[in-house]
Write a protein that binds this ligand. Structure first.
Ligand code: PLP
Length: 382
């Protein structure tokens, strides 16, 4: 049976299951061994080699969802990003990085790459021209994030992939915000697709994990570096992640539907200054998002009108939690300027458009009527 032809929920539920031949249990057994038979150098299983049975099999589900040959599971999204970057960059190399992206990624680059003598350029914008302008003769990797955290900007995946291929540059994407349910960058020519699996893969705000998917050739490069760096995930958590991923299609589709409703509703409210959501016709890249995404995702951001305090607003919410992470099945909000992007300078935040009052909204599975009522009662308290 071809995995590509399986339905999305069938992939989520079944691909990468470990059959319990011994007891015929309905779910994958957990293999907790940290030591496996070692008789021949070619056959070595070890947790830090990313190839215990649970790691190896869950990677098959990720690869099937991302339409790639293979994948690897990591201990966090940052482990996935850092191991991936370090597999393709060495001293003297250069990376082009999209300017609007997760704060932790920009931080990693700015703090660690100078120590390693790896050169980097943050693009001026997220248009393909901005990427082209940033390329140097020693550019080895282009990294994009779309939709981006937290402003939901949309980068033309196919155009960037094409530009990079024409110059023999490897491409990577942070696909966390869309999830494979809403976007498959490999179909548009991107080489490496990474996720903070802490987000939609886990989906219940109780797992920290990461994943990278790509071709066997590229993933072998990542494996060679990763086994030295050691950022693998414990098998207990791999098993929990498999369990969570079985419902990823159901969760993300419902959350995406809710987000679209909430974005439209918010846009019509007097207390709202601006809503950032790629599924709104007012979004500058709505047509592009429609072309490259299967759904517009469940993340949005908004600004309250001047005079309404965003911190007081968050505190006044009763159902929607103010929360650091995102993509759980419960709705959460966060103020990026005070939290996830607080390490960026005010100047950098101003350049990329993260205002002090911006609120990032991760829409969950609740009834939209309850979410609207919660927001209304919070605004009425201000
Ligand atoms: N990428 C994005 C878009 C994120 O939002 C995050 C975390 O918030 C990460 C990567 C890092 O993932 P982790 O926290 O699992 O290391």
């Amino acid at each position: 049976m071809s995995k590509k032809k399986l339905g999305l929920n069938t992939i989520c539920a079944h691909v990468g299951e470990i059959k319990d031949e011994q007891f015929k249990g309905a779910v994958s057994p957990i293999y907790l061994a940290s030591s496996y038979e070692f008789l021949d150098v070619d056959v070595k299983r070890y947790p830090r080699y990313f190839n215990t049975p649970n790691q190896e099999y869950l990677a098959k589900k990720v690869a099937a969802l991302e339409h790639t040959e293979t994948a690897m599971i990591f201990g966090s999204g940052m482990a996935a990003i850092s191991h991936m970057f370090l597999a393709f960059l060495k001293a003297g190399d250069h990376i082009v990085v999209q300017n609007t992206l997760y704060g932790g990624t920009s931080n990693f680059i700015q703090e660690e790459f100078p120590k390693l003598n790896i050169d980097f350029t943050f693009t001026d914008g997220y248009d393909v021209k901005d990427f082209e302008n940033a390329i140097k003769p020693n550019t080895k990797l282009i990294h994009i994030e779309t939709p981006s955290n937290p402003l939901l900007t949309i980068t033309n995946i196919e155009a960037v992939a094409k530009l990079a291929r024409s110059k023999n540059i490897v491409t990577s994407i942070d696909n966390t915000f869309a999830s494979p349910i809403n976007q498959n960058p490999a179909d548009f020519g991107i080489d490496l697709i990474m996720h903070s699996a802490t987000k939609y893969f886990g989906g219940h705000s109780d797992i920290c994990a990461g994943a990278v998917a790509g071709s066997k050739e590229h993933m072998e490069k990542i494996w060679n570096v990763s086994k030295n760096l050691g950022g693998s995930l414990s098998d207990l958590t791999v098993w929990m992640l498999e369990r969570s991923m079985k419902t990823m299609g159901l969760r993300v589709k419902k959350q995406t539907k809710n987000a679209r409703k909430m974005a439209k509703w918010l846009e019509a409210q007097k207390f709202i200054k601006k809503v950032y959501y790629p599924g709104l016709k007012s979004h500058p890249q709505y047509e592009l998002a429609k072309k490259q995404m299967k759904g517009f995702g469940a993340m949005l951001s908004f600004e309250l009108v001047d005079g309404l305090d965003s911190v007081k607003f968050q505190k006044a919410l009763k159902l929607i939690k103010a929360s650091m992470s995102l993509a759980g099945l419960e709705s959460t909000v966060l103020n990026p300027a005070k939290t996830s992007h607080a390490l960026l300078s005010q100047e950098k935040r101003d350049i990329i458009g993260i205002s002090d009052g911006l609120i990032r909204f991760s829409v969950g599975i609740e009834a939209p009527s309850d979410l609207k009522a919660d927001i209304e009662q919070a605004v009425n308290q201000l």
